[in-house]
Design a protein around this ligand. Structure first.
Ligand code: SAH
Ligand code: SF4
Length: 366
């Protein structure tokens, strides 16, 4: 399934591609730079805001490009610093973007450090048994512009509600690609989108503050390792042996641990950085001491950090989170064996958990 919008989203263009287009229509290259500045630095909301562009050019751009491929239909804020934006795309597909604020001493809630969790697909084809995003299957990939537009929405919202300068809003936070969908299954749109977020003419987010989470698409982990940018990698492990992992993650049949672990190692080595292993704790599935010991071995071998996430129940699914005591013993067992690990228990606060809850909705219910 492919969505072909009438106009191309302007946020899907790179500086190079826009310059090439401008050349074709006889506009000087510096105009493309001006457009990018309006989009990402000054965050114009309409073509008419772009006051240093000649009017005929603005009109032409308006005919050819869509300035807002996504429309905000709902913003839901919860008491635990998690805020969800529901965006509607041109074909009415709904996409959630999550903003998670980490409270900081001495600054107001609005100005606190935040992590923005973005989606890359509508639905997901990977069908992990515990996950809400995969429940209804895959609908379509998001385009480059639709991925970037999620950040633009968050920036617009921040511009309107915080006291921080525009450049600071886009230079202070983290982006995690942990929303709906498997980012590596939409690699061809993911990478150009991350490059726009990273570019100095774009949002200027440091690559080290962008984390891509994958359920373990081995060839794409290896491909991302070869790219020059230092994007961070998080791998959803959730099972420390093939037997347990394949019970809950169908992808393990295709890329079992013998294939996945060397790919993670290759990534860590090429980038010279620690990888994160996400491990959701699910009652009676993967919370035994045998799993803790196997996980510890994997983490130590890879010099990876383990992020333990108590499972968030999904209506309609049978899985449960283990008791606090059991979570704690699992965590202590890991720590005692020398693995680097953290566990977060606040509801909705953990980033992967908050993002992992994103569900394909068919209508913007309140
Ligand atoms: N497809 C990618 C990224 C999106 S999922 C991936 O699988 O990594 C983001 C994270 O949320 C993953 O670690 C996923 O396993 C986790 N997750 C999914 N459902 C969850 C739930 N109900 N509770 C806690 N974490 C969940
Ligand atoms: Fe897809 Fe990730 Fe959910 Fe698995 S955990 S179904 S890969 S979104």
């Amino acid at each position: 399934m492919k969505f072909q919008p009438e106009k191309r989203p302007i946020h899907g263009e790179s500086l190079d591609s826009l310059q090439a287009r401008f050349k074709e229509i006889g506009e000087p290259a510096f105009r493309a730079k001006q457009v990018m500045e309006w989009l990402y630095k000054k965050r114009a909301r309409s073509w008419s805001d772009m006051s240093n562009l000649p009017r005929p050019l603005r009109e032409r751009l308006d005919q050819e490009f869509d300035l807002s491929p996504a429309k905000r239909v709902l913003a839901k804020e919860s008491a635990d610093e998690t805020e969800k934006l529901l965006l509607e795309m041109g074909d009415k597909a709904l996409v959630e973007t999550v903003v998670i604020r980490a409270p900081q001493v001495g600054v107001g809630q609005r100005d606190s450090r935040k992590t923005i969790c973005i989606s890359t697909q509508v639905g997901c084809a990977y069908g992990c048994k515990f996950c809400a995003s995969g429940l209804a299957g895959w609908k379509r990939d998001l385009s480059v512009g639709e991925i970037v537009a999620q950040l633009i929405h968050v920036c617009h919202q921040e511009d309107a509600t915080t006291t921080r300068a525009k450049e600071e809003i886009a230079s202070f936070d983290n982006i995690v690609v942990m929303g709906m969908g498997e980012p590596m299954a939409n690699y061809d749109n993911l990478l150009p989108a991350l490059r726009i977020l990273n570019a100095d003419w774009g949002l200027n987010f440091g690559a080290r503050r962008i984390t891509v989470s994958t359920s373990g698409v081995v060839p794409k982990i290896l491909a991302l390792a070869k790219e020059p940018e230092q994007f961070r990698l998080a791998v959803s492990l959730h099972g420390a042996t093939n037997a347990v992992r394949e019970q809950i993650m169908p992808i393990n049949k295709r890329y079992p641990l013998e294939a996945l672990l060397p790919a993670i190692q290759a990534y860590a080595q090429t980038k010279g950085r620690m990888i994160t292993l996400e491990f959701i704790l699910i009652d009676s599935i993967n919370d035994s001491f045998e799993q803790a010991d196997a996980l510890s071995q994997i983490a130590r071998d890879l010099n990876a950090h383990v992020n333990l996430i108590p499972y968030n129940t999904v209506p309609g699914l049978e899985w449960k989170r283990p008791s606090i005591t059991r979570q704690e013993s699992f965590y202590q067992r890991l720590k005692r064996s020398g693995a680097s690990a953290t566990i977060r228990r606040e509801k909705g606060h953990d980033i992967a958990a908050a993002c992992g809850q994103l569900k394909l909705k068919t209508e913007p219910a309140a």
